[in-house]
Design a protein around this ligand. Structure first.
Ligand SMILES: Cc1cc2nc3c(=O)[nH]c(=O)nc-3n(C[C@H](O)[C@H](O)[C@H](O)COP(=O)(O)OP(=O)(O)OC[C@H]3O[C@@H](n4cnc5c(N)ncnc54)[C@H](O)[C@@H]3O)c2cc1C
Length: 510
């Protein structure tokens, strides 16, 4: 078939690579001048920084997205290194200890910090193990066929029964069930700032899955012991930057005869008799196709490119209900000094508040905290020295930020807001802003342009209880939707696996 893929982010390129390998004639249309969407790497004056994701979950060998990358022939083209993140609060830091303390060292460390919570911590980690086992089973079941799939699904159901009573609990309820101390609760819920979703609406069962112990110490093995169900997720850096991942996928597309056109914006998805007929480009040209795979913003794709008149009311309502995150303010720096005395590992999150619910709610209301509530510092040149000139380092500082400021615009206030964020980061790495030789600022406005989203949702669909992303299958025959705003959820690994799921349905003619 002639297939057109809209968008060259990691989801569009995965779908394109799979379809090209299947023998379809594939064209990828990307509106921006560079491929990769938010998984691109930026370069300036010899410094390289990732535009979006930093440390990726689930892309290693045998992991959900890793298996797709292997199937498509891209895995062997990227080099991965296990990563970990530190988290720092006003009165303590949780960093991997110099001497490895086993897979549950954080539990034991936390018991010493919060002696009154020892029993709750033991209960939490039993729940944690159940959820990790469930996630591993679910991955195995999705990939299995026949009797094995049936048996795995039965095991999955039995395992789910153990936590079923919590299925509608929000994250705050789950935390209240195990702990009393607000600081301890914050340790497990601050990561929700990454989704801009407050604990009161975040699905409680996901708390262990967004806090895997392997994220906090790369020495923790992914397979614990034969008695523990499944593998634990691993976190990896893509050496040389995440852009290498999209380049690898793009190579596969081209190698199998596919074409990738940058600077090519799709204006309309053309439809006749309930079936897709192709796309209309910005310059007015029509490109016929029997198959169109759209990625990017769900509202933009369905309400803009398709048009509500072609969609049943219930489908439009589902798309309208897709919950979004907010955006980010990001400052990339090139520095000429060694930052490791202040931050010993490439990635650390700094939180200045324990009021997780309030901080996130304020961001959702459009109140920007100017870096005061927290930020992260990422130094890719620590794992990939080629991302900075010799003797130099590439540093990224970013924080969540609302799409629109309550006063003024991001364009008017970009330098002021970057200075304020760097003033906070300078409390961690002294002189960070002042001593930078190169500085690149990306505001929510820049991200809107980069992704062509009216409301930039930086990770994709927000994990909110009872709501979900847009379906891969659409009411228009031959039109499919993939990416971080789809039902497969946000993030790089989900976007890759979601594209694989959509192509699997296309293959089966569903
Ligand atoms: C700052 C930041 C940090 C992140 N951190 C992490 C992380 O640590 N871990 C993780 O897993 N994920 C992270 N993510 C999320 C992850 O990067 C995304 O979920 C994923 O990369 C989305 O891929 P995608 O293909 O769905 O979308 P995108 O990368 O947005 O790609 C969509 C593409 O479609 C193009 N497009 C849209 N409309 C049109 C049109 N009409 N015509 C032509 N082209 C069009 C856009 O230009 C864009 O290139 C982060 C994201 C950001 C921004």
């Amino acid at each position: 078939m002639k297939a057109i893929v809209i968008g060259s982010g990691v989801s569009g390129l995965t779908a394109a690579a799979l379809l090209a390998r299947d023998g379809h004639q594939v064209t990828v249309c990307e509106q921006f001048g560079q491929i990769g969407g938010v998984t691109a790497t930026l370069w300036e004056e010899g410094f390289g920084w990732d535009l979006g994701p930093l440390m990726l979950e689930g892309i290693g060998p045998g992991e959900p997205a890793g298996e797709v990358l292997a199937e498509v022939g891209a895995a062997q083209r990227v080099r991965l290194e296990r990563g970990e993140r530190g988290i720092c609060f006003p009165d303590f830091r949780i960093l991997p200890p110099a001497e490895y303390g086993g897979p549950y060292w954080r539990r034991e460390w936390l018991k010493r910090q919060f002696p009154a919570e020892q029993e709750g911590l033991d209960r939490y980690y039993r729940f944690y193990d159940q959820m990790m086992g469930l996630a591993a089973l679910s991955h195995q079941a999705e990939r299995a066929d026949g009797l094995r799939a049936f048996l795995l699904k039965a095991r999955l159901w039995l395992a789910f029964l153990q936590v079923m009573r919590m299925k509608n609990w929000n994250a705050a309820q789950v935390m209240d069930h195990f702990f009393r101390d607000p600081k301890l609760k914050a340790i497990y819920t601050v990561i929700l700032a990454d989704f801009v979703v407050p604990p009161s609406i975040f699905p409680g069962l996901l708390i262990p899955l967004v806090n895997p112990e392997t994220a906090f110490d790369k020495r923790i093995p992914t397979r614990l012991s034969p008695s523990v169900t499944g593998k634990r997720p691993a976190f990896h850096y893509v050496l040389g930057g995440c852009g290498k991942l999209v380049e690898a996928l793009a190579e596969v597309v081209r190698q199998h005869g596919g074409e990738i056109r940058t600077g090519t914006r799709v204006q309309k998805i053309t439809i006749a008799d309930g079936r897709v007929t192709g796309v209309r480009l910005e310059d007015g040209r029509d490109e016929p196709a029997e198959l169109v795979v759209a990625s990017g913003g769900a509202h933009e794709a369905f309400f803009g490119l398709v048009g509500r008149e072609y969609l049943p009311a219930d489908f439009s309502a589902r798309v309208a209900d897709v919950p979004f995150m907010e955006s980010v303010l990001m400052v990339h720096l090139g520095i000429d000094f060694d930052p490791t005395p202040y931050q010993p590992i490439p990635l650390c999150y700094y939180y200045n508040t324990y009021d997780v619910e309030g901080g996130i709610e304020r961001c959702r209301r459009g109140e920007y905290h100017e870096g005061k509530d927290g930020f992260l510092i990422y130094i890719p040149s620590l794992h990939s020295p080629d991302m900075a000139p010799p003797g130099h380092h590439a540093v990224t500082v970013y924080t969540i930020a609302p799409n629109h400021l309550s006063e003024g615009t991001w364009t008017q206030r970009r330098d002021e807001m970057a200075d304020k964020l760097l003033a906070e980061a300078g409390k961690v790495i002294p002189g960070l802003g002042e001593r930078a030789q190169v500085r690149v600022i990306l505001t929510p406005q820049d991200f809107r342009v980069r992704t062509l989203q009216e409301h930039h949702s930086f990770g994709g669909v927000a994990p909110v209880l009872g709501r979900s992303g847009a379906p891969h299958r659409t009411p228009i025959r031959g039109l499919w939707f993939v990416g971080s705003q789809s039902e497969s959820n946000a993030g790089v690994a989900n976007s890759i696996v979601g594209a694989w799921r959509a192509v699997r349905m296309i293959r089966k003619g569903m």
